[in-house]
Design a protein around this ligand. Structure first.
Ligand code: ADP
Ligand code: MG
Length: 231
């Protein structure tokens, strides 16, 4: 059983003259432990696809199974619970809560997932894993972009999600910080076995992927496995 299974997924926004077919009959299987990069021109449907897999939105038609569960059978509450339990998100603009410290931002992910045991210890334990030892008490505006994205990675991983979805995670970083963030995600994938699905425009990011999926105009047009991604 694949971790994420999409069959005939379509997503249509608007209607009449403003109708956009953002996803057209997409089939995709993502297996547990994969490190996959999704590329394609702006407007090709990358964000829309990630939002369906992340259960932030519902497809117009088709079947989406996460860990064997057909999401169309879930009500909104159950879908939110599945999202909180199984999916970690990393965004282009980091999306940390500005009034909370780095540690509190990571704790919040556990609280939102309804977890209450050993929250502080679990959140603390993430900081050395993402190279941020000693910076737990900083607020987001006291951290660099690269450091903020590391907090976001800690926040995504602390609840041990089945899959981490990262939509253009290096787009707001300079190339050196972007490289470091990618290497960190790759290392966490290798060390913890966390499944990563990452969208990007950046050719350097693509070099990190074992599996590369290319989108064009709402469809997957290429899906390749490389034997030796860059370290
Ligand atoms: P990408 O992430 O590859 O740039 P998107 O998934 O954001 O592509 O967009 C795919 C298409 O869907 C584009 O034509 C975009 O304008 C359209 N689109 C995305 N979100 C919406 C929305 N909420 N309402 C209407 N159209 C949208
Ligand atoms: Mg996008």
């Amino acid at each position: 059983m694949a971790l994420c299974e999409l069959e005939g997924i379509t997503k249509t926004y608007g209607e009449g003259p403003t109708r956009v077919d953002a996803l057209k009959d997409v089939d995709l299987r993502v297996e547990a432990g994969e490190f996959t990069v999704l590329s394609g021109p702006s407007g090709s449907g990358k964000t829309t696809l990630l939002n369906q897999i992340g259960c932030l939105d519902r497809p117009t038609s088709g079947t989406l199974r996460i860990d064997g569960v057909d999401t169309s059978q879930l009500g909104n509450l159950a879908l939110s619970k599945l999202r909180a339990d199984k999916i970690g998100f990393i965004f282009q603009s980091f999306n940390l809560v500005p009034v909370l410290t780095a540690l509190e931002n990571v704790e919040l992910a556990l609280q939102l997932a309804g977890q209450s045991a050993h929250i502080r210890e679990r959140a603390r334990a993430m900081f050395p894993q993402v190279g941020l030892e000693g910076l737990q008490a900083r607020r987001p505006n006291q951290l660099s972009g690269g450091q903020q994205q590391r907090v976001a990675i800690a926040r995504a991983l602390v609840k041990e999600p089945a899959v981490v979805i990262a939509d253009e995670p290096t787009a707001n970083l300079d190339s050196e910080n972007g490289e470091q963030i990618l290497s960190l995600m790759q290392e966490l994938n290798a060390r913890l076995g966390t499944t990563f699905l990452i969208s990007t425009h950046d050719p350097r990011v693509m070099a990190h992927a074992r599996r590369r999926i290319e989108m064009e105009d709402g469809r997957i047009v290429k899906d390749t496995l490389s034997q030796s991604p860059a370290p």
